[in-house]
Design a protein around this ligand. Structure first.
Ligand code: MAN
Length: 561
């Protein structure tokens, strides 16, 4: 509790009277001067029922419940939330006790005027950051004398202010560029939507016509007189069997000829051995077995031996052994493919007709069959075999067109959803989406990808850990001191980006990140904290949140850059 001796109080009173400006009492700012104009009477600002004599203003005694009678002393400072209450005599009535004045007014000539909290008035400390002219210590308590430093402080401030303004101007320019880029990107999406709508219309028409074509092909298919079902038809089966049999014989022929040639050369080798033996054996050596063998060989050699094969035969065999595809003697594909193989030979009556009428008759026959099928007179041809190529093609073409239409529709929905999404004021984050910035902090490297995800990666190696996927733009209220380099949030409402549902934290929640933004010339991660286990907060500077008018931070306090 503050108390002044009577003598000191008197001295102060004299000082007050001498020092106060004639126009308004000490500590009163221009905004409140009107309340102190009267020379006969002073009315407490918030409590007009209480009137005082002007001499009670700044007499270092708190008379008004709102403190308005003490604009130049700390006598009513207890009324501030920050000050302890001591005026028990004021506590009992119902008068308004919220403080009427913003503080002690420092004129700060040569710099910016400002208000100092009443508690700091005559507290024996020079509060140069708010009161560079030192007028808050007018009573020189404890002999303190605060010289006027407004000239130098003001000069420094103006220099910094110039830089701040420059930086703010550059940041605002960057934001404008981002907004222009966002506009371009939005336009691209709008244009794509327009062209997609036209493409979808065209695609729908195509699907419709292909549906008709398929229905027609199906109808024609039902109208087939006889489905040959390819190889399953009698002729088809016969052709296939004949082809297989010929191939089998051809392969056997080749194999047997190879065996013959091997046998032939072995026989020649053997005959050679025996004739050498005959020529070289010793007839004087009385070996009955050898003599018998030589006799047998001579008899064998004297006999007529038909030649095994000859060149002409071999040439014939070479020709026969050639595959049909090489000789062209039988063109199997003529028998396997084409409309002819689709029709049972018994029904090929049309082939006896002149070409000009053949198609007409065929179509009439088909129409007749369709009519009979559709009226339940005969059963529809069921596909015991494969369907015709025309029908398969029609079905495939329809499927492809339907798939393409559905892809176009999905793309359209995606773009429409995108246009409805919140990309922040002026769509500005559309321009940043997908770009990433990073910062090393502690043992991790952190990365922020605008409107996509946040990650951390240990500097020791390993993979990225997801710290959340972007969910929405939000706003948060902050109250931080702004560091001298301006790389901080300051105080006020700030744009924030929420990233949730990141990688699960062992024994904890899924990782999430709150990214709080403040105006800056460059996109930059300033600070990362893990507020709770796996709950992260990033403080980030970006021109995207600078007020477009260039005056300060979007949605928040001004002049804080
Ligand atoms: C990793 C990182 C840390 C986190 C722990 C929790 O090491 O994601 O940020 O605190 O896991 O186990």
């Amino acid at each position: 509790m503050k108390s002044l001796s009577y003598g000191l109080a008197l001295t102060r009173l004299v000082q007050i009277v001498l020092a106060a400006e004639p126009s308004r009492p000490r500590g009163v700012g221009p905004d409140h001067a009107k309340f102190y104009k009267s020379t006969d009477l002073f009315t407490c600002i918030s409590n007009p029922s209480i009137t005082l004599s002007p001499s009670q203003i700044n007499d270092d005694y708190c008379d008004c419940p709102d403190g308005s009678d003490e604009p130049g002393t700390s006598a009513c400072s207890y009324l501030s939330d920050l000050s302890p209450s001591y005026a028990s005599d004021l506590a009992s009535d119902n008068a308004s006790r919220s403080i009427a004045l913003p503080g002690f007014y420092c004129k700060n000539k040569g710099h910016q005027p400002s208000y100092v909290p009443f508690l700091s008035v005559n507290d024996g400390v020079c509060d140069y950051d708010l009161c560079c002219d030192g007028s808050d210590e007018w009573a020189h308590v404890g002999g303190i004398k605060c010289e006027d430093r407004c000239k130098e402080i003001g000069k420094e401030w103006r220099k910094n202010d110039e830089l701040r303004k420059k930086s703010l101007g550059a940041a605002s320019k960057k934001r404008k560029e981002l907004v222009a880029e966002a506009g371009r990107l939005r336009k691209q999406v709008e244009d794509r939507i327009q062209s997609l709508e036209a493409e979808i219309q065209g695609s729908a028409l195509k699907v419709k016509s292909l549906e008709t074509a398929l229905a027609d092909a199906e109808r024609q298919e039902r109208g087939k007189v006889v489905r040959s079902s390819g190889k399953a038809s009698k002729l088809g089966s016969l052709i296939q069997t004949a082809k297989d049999r010929i191939e089998e014989l051809r392969e056997s022929l080749v194999e047997i000829r190879e065996q013959r040639d091997t046998g032939k050369s072995r026989l020649a080798e053997l005959e050679g051995i025996l004739s050498t033996f005959q020529a070289e054996y010793n007839p004087n050596f009385n070996d009955e077995g050898v003599k018998r063998a030589v006799r047998s060989w001579e008899e064998y050699a004297a006999r007529d031996r038909p030649a095994i094969g000859n060149d002409a035969q071999d040439r014939d065999l070479d020709e026969i052994a050639k595959p049909d595809s090489e000789t062209g003697i039988i063109n199997w594909s003529d028998w396997e493919e084409g409309e002819e193989s689709d029709v049972d030979v018994l029904y090929k009556i049309e082939e006896y007709l002149p070409v000009a009428v053949r198609g007409w008759v065929d179509q009439r026959l088909r129409d007749l069959r369709i009519l009979l099928v559709e009226n339940g007179v005969i059963a529809a041809t069921t596909s015991s075999g494969e369907e015709s190529k025309t029908l398969t093609d029609a079905r495939d073409a329809l499927k492809a067109a339907q798939d393409s239409e559905s892809n176009l529709r999905n793309e359209l929905t995606g773009h429409k959803d995108d246009l409805a999404k919140d990309y922040g004021s002026n769509d500005v984050f559309r321009a940043l989406k997908g770009r990433c910035i990073s910062k090393d902090s502690g043992e991790y490297n952190y990365e922020l990808c605008w409107l996509e995800k946040t990650t951390q990666k240990s500097k020791k190696g390993g993979s990225h850990t997801g710290m959340g996927n972007f969910v929405r733009i939000d706003s948060v209220t902050v109250d931080d001191d702004l560091p001298p380099d301006g790389k901080g949030l300051g105080s006020g409402v700030r744009v924030a980006l929420r990233y949730e549902n990141g990688q699960h934290c062992w024994n904890g929640p899924n990782r999430s990140t709150l990214v709080v933004l403040a105006c800056a010339e460059q996109d930059e991660v300033w600070k990362i904290t893990e507020e709770e286990k796996c709950v992260y907060r990033m403080e980030v500077g970006t021109p995207a949140v600078c007020d477009i008018s260039g005056k300060g931070k979007e949605g928040g306090a001004k002049d804080e850059l």
